[in-house]
Write a protein that binds this ligand. Structure first.
Ligand code: FAD
Length: 382
């Protein structure tokens, strides 16, 4: 499809952040066009696990310098607020996005792990979360599907899941219904100043626009470089996920392990989605991410230790995709010295945060005070 010739706001990237931006900004009555070099929701947003993560993850506990700690604590509050935005969207979007906020468990094998979780809960409660520790008996009562060898768990009531294969397309349809123009297979290649706005060069010719929002995910630094901004590079982390055959519903929570690489939950269709950050690779021949047998076996071995019933269930599918990792933290809002150019970049659990990121960038672009206290985030101008 041919791109728009002119628009007020050009969004680069059709993942969850770009589609949410198109949804909110078109809702403000702005003239909005979105471009993606592929189809919409085909990169990280369309290939992720759909977990709504809120609590501090175990790898984040290893970030002990003051700046990282502050960032983790602030993004923690942002994730919590982000789940609220997903709940709001589930009431307004045109379809059931399979949103469930039934709580998350971070499980511990040993008393020592449980002690670490107790300290973590204190930190999270200081940020306003209602997390708590449960012991072995409490865990048996709450989640009888888990191994009886577990020592206990941390409960985070705000965690849950959403279906990315439904939610992002629903946001995109909502944006189009509000007047946004969405262009697939249009790649941004260069940006020039054009009066007070920009001329965006694409593989389908130029787009003139008043403002540009960089929602290009892990390729965000490349887009920023087009206007002379050097962002810290995003590292691509290739990960895999496994899906079991569908069975009747028996797992209510989003479960992750305090030390081992394991996350899982049960999808609405009945299949268990099992992951946890096991490495995958990019196939040199096709350039596409593929799963590694060793990672699948290790991931499933830990899963089976944790959920004994898994020993009798079959894996029907596995997939791999590239996540963005960055030390920079969220990069949101208009860049000082480049009027009209905004970043909307968020690594880590970016599907959970996608809609709130888009809402904050929208509020900044509209000149409104953010509805979420952004102090401590890398929000430009904060
Ligand atoms: C396997 C896996 C599991 C994950 N699990 C979870 C999870 O359970 N929960 C969670 O919260 N997060 C999870 N994540 C992370 C989450 O998926 C991402 O943080 C989030 O989707 C990022 O959204 P985005 O819109 O910024 O980026 P993307 O979805 O990557 O979208 C960016 C878009 O920009 C486009 N683009 C790039 N350059 C250009 C250009 N020059 N011109 C035009 N378009 C361009 C790309 O084609 C892409 O479609 C997971 C990620 C992976 C890979």
């Amino acid at each position: 499809m041919k791109p728009a010739i002119a628009t007020d706001v050009l969004i680069v990237g059709g993942g969850v952040i770009g589609c949410s931006l198109a949804y909110w900004l078109a809702g403000e009555g702005l003239d909005v066009a979105l471009i993606d070099r592929h189809d919409l929701n085909t990169q990280a947003s369309g290939c992720n696990a759909g977990s709504l993560h809120v609590q501090i993850m175990s790898f984040q506990l290893k970030l002990t310098d003051e700046r990282s700690r502050r960032r983790v604590d602030t993004t923690l509050r942002m994730y919590a607020a982000g789940v609220g935005v997903w709940q709001e969207l589930s009431n307004t979007l045109d379809t059931d996005i399979e949103l469930h906020v039934d709580g998350g468990l971070m499980i511990a094998d040993t008393e020592a792990q449980l002690c670490v979780l107790e300290d973590k809960v204190k930190r999270e409660r200081a940020s306003g979360l209602d997390n708590r520790i449960i012991d072995r008996a409490g865990l048996r009562a709450l989640a009888p599907y888990l191994s009886e060898h577990l020592a206990g768990a941390e409960v985070c009531p705000l965690e849950g899941r959403v279906n990315p294969a439904i939610a992002t397309p629903s946001l995109a349809r909502g944006a189009e219904a509000r007047g946004a123009r969405m262009f697939r297979h249009v790649e941004l290649r260069a940006i020039e100043r054009d009066g007070r706005g920009f001329k965006a060069e694409t593989n389908h010719g130029p787009i003139r626009c008043g403002r540009i929002i960089n929602a290009a995910g892990r390729l965000g630094p490349e887009i920023a470089a087009m206007v002379g901004i050097r962002l810290p590079p995003y590292e691509g982390e290739v990960l895999h996920m496994n899906v079991t055959e569908p069975v009747e519903h028996f797992v209510d929570h989003l479960v992750q392990h305090a030390e081992r690489r394991l996350t899982f939950k049960q999808a609405t269709t009945g299949g268990l989605l099992i992951g946890g950050g096991w490495p995958a690779v990019v196939d040199q021949r096709t350039g596409l991410p593929i799963s590694l047998r060793t990672s699948i076996q290790s991931n499933l071995w830990i899963a089976q230790q944790t959920v004994p019933r898994l020993a009798h269930m079959r894996i029907v599918r596995t997939w791999a995709a590239i996540n963005a990792l960055s030390d920079a933290g969220p990069l949101l809002g208009e860049v000082p010295g480049v009027p009209g150019f905004h970043n909307a970049l968020f690594a880590d659990a970016g599907y959970t945060a996608g809609p709130i990121v888009a809402r904050l960038v929208t509020e900044g672009l509209m000149g409104r005070k953010p509805t979420f206290d952004i102090h401590g985030l890398g929000l430009y101008g904060a």
